[in-house]
Structures are given as C-alpha cells and as structure tokens.
Write a protein that binds this ligand. Structure first.
Ligand code: SF4
Ligand code: SF4
Length: 128
C-alpha cells in the first residue's frame, strides 16, 4: 500500500466533498446535471469504476496549513482513505466523462441524441 508523501502533499483529498449519484440515462437526467454544474465549484464525472460522482470543491473546515487540525477525531471516511487513491491532480485523469461546464453537457446530449437522417428511399423497381 502506498503512503502519503507529506512533502508533496497539497491536501487535495481534504478540499472537496463528493457523493455517488444515480447514473444519468435520460435527457432529463442530464438536464439536472447541467443545472448542478451551473453552480460554482461543482463537477460531475463518471469514474473508472463507472460510478457517477457529484463533487463539490470546498475545503474542509478542519484543514489548517495543509494538515488536519482534528486528526484524532476525524470522520471514518478520512480514516479509511488510502494514499493509493491520492487525489492530487485527480480531475480529468481518473474519469471517463467529466462535466465542469454546462456547455459540455449540452454537447454531450446533442451528440448522444442526435437525430438520425432518415434512410434514403430505394427507387421503385421496374417490373420489366
Ligand atoms: S477532517 Fe481532517 S482528514 Fe478529514 S477532510 Fe477534514 S481536514 Fe481532511
Ligand atoms: S492522499 Fe491526501 S493526504 Fe495523502 S498525499 Fe494525497 S492529498 Fe496528501
């Protein structure tokens, strides 16, 4: 198991909150995502395990000088966190799909639901 490297640590794992959300399947679901990421410091991405994640970039209140000021009392999620999944330089590198701007969702939806051209009619056969 990897260990944290304090000298290189920028405490990025303490600078956001994230939850797994239902995978979007409909245009309406993506419209909700477009609304979510219209807010500052909010992103939605599909990670390498195919989970869809809603992330808020917001530093923990206990983060002081890049260190946890409540280390002995830190929540379980912080205790369970492993350096293998160190989040330094995380965004965009460990996601299959990343939405940070509403226009990205619009482009994604337009591509996924683009209207297919109707098949060209075959000329009527001549019974010669
Ligand atoms: S409680 Fe401590 S370890 Fe957990 S996110 Fe906040 S600063 Fe980081
Ligand atoms: S996992 Fe968190 S504490 Fe450990 S090196 Fe990475 S950013 Fe720093």
């Amino acid at each position: 198991m990897k260990k944290c490297v304090p000298d290189k640590c920028n405490a990025s794992c303490c600078r956001y909150a994230a939850i797994v959300i239902d995978a979007p399947t409909s245009k309406s679901d993506f419209e909700d995502i477009r609304w979510l990421i219209s807010h500052h410091n909010v992103a939605v991405y599909k990670d390498l395990e195919d989970d869809w994640v809603l992330e808020f970039e917001s530093p923990c209140k206990f983060l002081k000088d890049n260190r946890c000021s409540d280390y002995e009392n830190r929540p379980y999620i912080c205790r369970d966190y492993e350096a293998d999944t160190c989040t330094q330089n995380r965004r965009g590198k460990d996601s299959k799909i990343l939405f940070e701007e509403p226009a990205q969702v619009e482009a994604f939806v337009a591509k996924r639901w683009q209207k297919k051209k109707p098949a060209a009619k075959r000329p009527a056969s001549k019974n010669l």
